[in-house]
Design a protein around this ligand. Structure first.
Ligand SMILES: [Zn+2]
Ligand SMILES: [Zn+2]
Length: 324
């Protein structure tokens, strides 16, 4: 490593192993059970700055955008920056990094130009993630617009399968994210996502396609998360439609809006309509024990500027819910 971007201190293998084996504040005491908790972090100032932000806030997993998500055109990643990022992730002992795709991407689009751009966009997302050593790109399945819903679901699935086919040599895959079903957005039911996965699996990409469940989105889409019977029912529905073994990441967000509102507005953990009881149940549910949780909660402090204390507080709240 020769560039000046390598800011992370060099650690010995033993130090790294220690770091990884004992992520800060993540065990529940007596049982030594580990929950992998982290947050989405900004890449402002360079990709590796996201890793610094993860370390500063006590994350042991991380989500990033690998590019400006509001633009189609994207400049390639400098291989030295990719190397610095991978080294920073290793030095920080992060258990998992995932990427989130651009919000412009809509593989379900009935407009051939936009759909082609979207498939190409997914390919770029997969290639960038692979270069950064990131195993999964979290992707929204898109929106139907005026199309019949079933047609849009099929188009989305075919589009995702096409992007995976274009990147056959890569191991990086796509996590289809559950959505709130706002507007004509697809993916608000487990059955709809299962339908997409069937097509993707049939095209031969089963090992590179799985699911990210967003707590705010499923709640806004109508699924219950508390009391325990409601969470059990929601997980049973996921298991029946998709299979819990395909749940790879949970986005842990409370919701500003009520259950079934179909409005996607994230809130700090325990302070929204989902509430603390649901997150306590999620943190201690045996079927979710091994699934990493990633916050996408508001980051602004009282002055409206990003403040690391927000993530620190939300992570502490989640850790506090773990039964001792
Ligand atoms: Zn999310
Ligand atoms: Zn959301």
């Amino acid at each position: 490593m020769t560039t000046s971007r390598a800011v992370a201190p060099v650690k010995t293998d033993a130090a790294r192993a220690k770091n990884r084996a004992k992520p800060r504040g993540s065990t529940d005491g007596d049982s030594g059970r580990i929950r992998i908790l982290g947050a989405h972090q900004s890449i402002a100032g360079g990709l590796s700055r996201a890793v610094d932000r993860a370390v500063e806030t006590g994350c042991h997993c991380l989500q990033v955008f690998t590019r400006n998500i509001n633009r189609w055109d994207v400049s390639p990643i400098d291989p030295a920056d990719a190397e610095a990022f991978r080294q920073a992730v290793t030095a920080a002992g992060l258990s998992l990094v995932v990427a989130h795709d651009s919000y412009l991407i809509n593989p379900a689009s009935a407009d051939p130009t936009l759909r082609k751009k979207s498939i190409d966009g997914l390919v770029v997302e997969l290639e960038r993630a692979a270069l950064l050593g990131i195993p999964w790109v979290v992707a929204h399945p898109g929106a139907a617009g005026d199309q019949p819903r079933a047609e849009a679901v099929q188009r989305a699935a075919d589009g995702i399968a096409a992007a995976l086919a274009h990147t056959r040599s890569l191991t990086t895959g796509i996590l289809i994210e559950t959505t709130a079903g706002q507007g004509s957005c697809l993916g608000d039911s487990f059955e709809e996502i299962a339908c997409m996965l069937q097509t993707i699996d049939a095209a031969g990409h089963a090992d590179r396609a799985a699911v990210c469940l967003d707590t705010c989105h499923v709640f806004a889409a109508g699924y219950g998360l508390s009391p325990k019977q409601e969470l059990d029912r929601t997980l049973a529905a996921f298991d029946a439609a998709i299979g819990l073994e395909r749940l790879k990441v949970i986005h842990a967000n409370d919701s500003k809006r009520e259950r079934g509102s179909r409005v996607d507005r994230h809130e700090a953990i325990g302070q929204g309509k989902i509430g603390p009881d649901a997150f306590r149940l999620i943190m201690n549910h045996p079927r979710l024990a091994h699934i990493p949780l990633i916050l996408e909660t508001p980051k602004e402090g009282a002055d409206g500027k990003p403040c690391p204390d927000q993530d620190r507080g939300n992570l502490a709240t989640l850790r506090g819910f773990m039964a001792g």
